[in-house]
Design a protein around this ligand. Structure first.
Ligand SMILES: [Ca+2]
Ligand SMILES: [Ca+2]
Length: 240
């Protein structure tokens, strides 16, 4: 179980670690926002013109980011990112940084706007997510993944890309389980009850024998466990 959870977490942070850096300098530190003036519907989804406009703005930011990454326009990348990896802040590591930009472009270029049917937002952050999709790998393994993109918002409400993951989810071995049981298990393992971008099992530290070893402990029924305005699934990517 523990290795399975580590796989989930590994997938969750991979793009962030490669491209944006978990230990990095924030380009545009955001002042605290003391009131939330926009709240997405509790079940997510595209239900109104406001969510549609926010999705459009976030998606445009993402596409522009990918264009900058493709052409190695670091200034452009930085202008649309919440934080930048240490590699890309070091002029001596420009080739390495360009490799990271290539990786970001490759990870992101095939994502399709119409598949992002969930838009979760407030004044400080936006998450775009697809539905989870089941994928069968031969006869032995089943995957259940969503694509997800995380943004912060500046004081004017403009999105800044924080992280993204084209394959956020789990892969499990079929063993001798029947299809119904596999579906039940993978849906349980990928449930994100509070729609904050991090699944319940990770918030519950499933797989950790000792809770203090778990870096992702939070309340799976509350988007913002510590009440600082940042959702649990967003602040997991901030520099420590
Ligand atoms: Ca959650
Ligand atoms: Ca928080």
């Amino acid at each position: 179980m523990k290795s399975k959870i580590l796989v989930i977490l590994g997938a969750l942070v991979i793009v962030s670690a490669l491209v944006f850096g978990l230990k990095s300098e924030r380009n545009n530190p955001l002042p605290p926002v003391d009131s939330v003036d926009e709240v997405s519907p509790p079940t997510g989804g595209m239900v109104g013109t406001k969510a549609t406009a926010i999705k459009q703005s976030a998606w445009t930011t993402f596409q522009n980011y990918l264009s900058f990454a493709k052409t190695h326009d670091l200034a452009g990348v930085k202008s649309l990112s919440y934080q930048t990896s240490d590699t890309c802040l070091d002029p001596k590591k420009i080739k390495e940084c360009e490799g990271l930009m290539d990786s970001a472009y490759e990870y992101g270029k095939d994502l399709q706007e119409e598949n992002f049917t969930h838009v979760w937002y407030d004044a400080k952050q936006i998450i775009l997510s697809t539905n989870f999709q089941r994928q069968d790998f031969g006869t032995t393994t089943v995957g259940y993944n969503r694509s997800i993109i995380y943004f912060t918002r500046d004081t004017a409400g403009n999105p800044k890309l924080l992280s993204f993951n084209p394959d956020d989810g789990v892969i499990i071995s079929r063993q001798d389980l029947d299809d119904a049981e596999i579906d039940r298990r993978i849906k349980s393992m990928t449930r994100d009850s509070d729609e904050d971008g991090v699944v319940d099992d990770i918030e519950n530290c499933v797989g950790y024998a000792v809770e203090k070893d778990c870096p992702t402990k939070s309340n799976p029924t509350k988007k913002d466990t510590d009440g600082d305005g940042w959702w649990d699934g967003v602040e997991i990517f901030f520099k420590k």
